[in-house]
Design a protein around this ligand. Structure first.
Ligand code: NAD
Ligand code: DAU
Length: 333
C-alpha cells in the first residue's frame, strides 16, 4: 500500500537521493520540508513528478508549519540538519537551532499525532577510533562526540530516545557512515576534490591525510532507511555502513588517477581542529535482523560514476564553488 512521507531536508544531499529512491522504487508520495539553506538545492528534485513530490519551503523549527504538515502523512523521515563539521567550528549556533530545536519541534508534532518517525543520524556521535583499533562502532558503543556538529546530532538522538521512552513516540534511529554520490555540496571532501580538479585547482588534503572514513553510496543509505521504515522495530537504533574504510590520502589519489592526473598532484593544508581520526561501522544488526545489503560494493566504480555526474552537472555545482573555495582559503585550507 502506498504511503505519504514527510521528508525533512529532502533538497539536501542525502535527502534528495532518498526522494529519488522513493519515487523510483515505491508508490509512496512525498512532501519535502526544506528551508533551502545554502546546502539545499531545489534543482536536486528536478524531473521528479509533481503528483508524487511536493516541496514546502520552511523551517523544521516552525511549530505551526510542522503542525500542519505532520497530520497529512503516515511517516516522517528526518534528514534536515546543519551537516558540515567545518561550518560548526566557525559558527555553532545554527547547529543548535536546527539539529536540537528542529528535532524537538518534529518530535512534539509526531507525538501529538502518533505518527511514525525515523531519525537520520551519523556515526560521528560515537567519537573516533584509533587506526589500529580492531573494534568498529556498534549500536552499544557509548556516545562520545567531538565537534559542535556531532554533539548536536548526539543531542538530537538522545531526544528521540527520550520521546520513545517517556511518551511512546513510534520512532527508530539510524546512524550512517560517510556518504558519497550525486547532489553532494562542494564543501564536502569528495565533491570538493573532484570539482577542484575539474577547475584546474589542486586538491586540498587536511593534515597528513591519514584520517579514515567508512564510505557508503547515498543510494545504499536510502535502501537501508526504507528497510528500517518497513521492518525496523520501534525504539531501536540501526547502524548503516558498507565496509568502505579508506584513508583520505588514498581517496584523493584515486580521484586524481580517475581524472587522468598524477596521483600526487595535491596540497597538504591546515588540519581541521579536533579532527576525528577514524570512523568504522559494524552493520551486522541491520543485515542479520532486517536482511539489508549494500548494492555498491565497488568503491572505485561508485567514485568513477560520481565523477561523471559532477562532470555532466557543472550547472548544479558551479554557482557555489567560488564561495566555498574563498571560505576555505581564508582558513588556510
Ligand atoms: P546537507 O547539508 O546536504 O542537507 C541538509 C538539508 O537540510 C538541506 O537541504 C538544508 O536546506 C536543509 N535544512 C537545514 N536546516 C533546515 C531547517 N531548519 N529546516 C528545514 N530544512 C533545513 O546534509 P546531508 O549530508 O544530506 O545530511 C543529511 C542528514 O544525514 C543529516 O541529518 C546528517 O547529519 C545525516 N548524515 C549525513 C552523512 C553524510 O555523509 N553526509 C552521513 C551520516 C548521516
Ligand atoms: O561520518 C558521517 C559524517 O560524514 C556526516 O555526519 C557529516 O554530515 C558529513 O559531512 C561527513 O563528515 P566528515 O567531517 O567526515 O566529512 P567531510 O567531507 O567534511 O570530510 C571527510 C574527510 O576529509 C575528513 O577527514 C576531513 C577531510 N577533508 C575534508 C575537506 C572538506 C580534507 O582532507 N580536505 C577537505 O577539503
Amino acid at each position: 500500500m502506498s504511503r505519504r512521507l514527510l521528508v525533512t531536508g529532502g533538497a539536501g544531499f542525502i535527502g534528495s537521493n532518498f526522494v529519488h529512491h522513493v519515487v523510483e522504487n515505491t508508490d509512496d508520495r512525498v512532501i519535502v520540508l526544506d528551508k533551502l539553506t545554502y546546502a539545499g538545492n531545489q534543482k536536486s528534485l528536478e524531473g521528479l513528478p509533481d503528483d508524487r513530490v511536493e516541496l514546502v519551503v520552511g523551517d523544521i523549527a516552525d511549530d505551526a508549519l510542522v503542525g500542519e504538515l505532520v497530520p497529512r502523512v503516515d511517516a516522517v523521515v528526518h534528514y534536515a540538519a546543519e551537516s558540515h563539521n567545518d561550518n560548526s567550528l566557525n559558527d555553532p549556533r545554527p547547529f543548535l537551532d536546527t539539529n536540537i530545536i528542529g528535532t524537538y519541534t518534529l518530535l512534539e508534532a509526531v507525538r501529538r499525532q502518533d505518527t511514525r518517525f525515523h531519525h537520520i543520524s551519523t556515526d560521528e556521535v560515537y567519537g573516533d577510533l584509533e587506526l589500529d583499533d580492531p573494534a568498529r562502532f556498534t549500536e552499544s558503543t557509548p556516545y562520545n562526540p567531538s565537534s559542535p556538529y556531532s554533539s548536536t546530532k548526539a543531542g538530537s538522538d538522545l531526544l528521540v530516545r527520550a520521546w520513545v521512552r517517556s511518551f511512546g513516540v513510534r520512532a527508530t534511529i539510524s546512524n550512517c557512515s560517510n556518504n558519497y554520490g550525486p547532489y553532494q555540496h562542494v564543501e564536502k571532501f569528495i565533491p570538493r576534490q573532484i570539482t577542484n580538479v575539474l577547475r584546474g585547482i589542486r586538491p586540498k588534503l587536511y593534515g597528513k591525510g591519514e584520517n579514515v572514513r567508512d564510505w557508503i553510496h547515498a543510494d545504499d543509505h536510502s535502501s537501508a532507511v526504507m528497510t528500517i521504515l518497513d521492518k525496523g522495530e520501534i525504539g531501536e537504533t540501526y547502524l548503516i555502513g558498507a565496509d568502505g574504510e579508506k584513508d583520505n590520502k588514498t581517496v584523493v589519489e584515486l580521484i586524481l588517477t580517475l581524472l587522468g592526473q598524477e596521483p600526487d598532484a595535491y596540497d597538504h593544508v591546515t588540519d581541521r581542529a579536533g579532527h576525528d581520526l577514524r570512523y568504522a561501522i559494524d552493520s551486522t544488526k541491520l543485515r542479520t535482523e532486517l536482511g539489508w545489503m549494500p548494492q555498491f560494493q565497488d568503491f572505485e566504480a561508485g567514485l568513477a560514476a560520481t565523477i561523471d555526474w559532477y562532470r555532466e552537472n557543472e550547472s548544479w555545482w558551479a554557482p557555489t564553488k567560488d564561495g566555498v573555495e574563498a571560505f576555505y582559503a581564508a582558513k588556510g585550507q
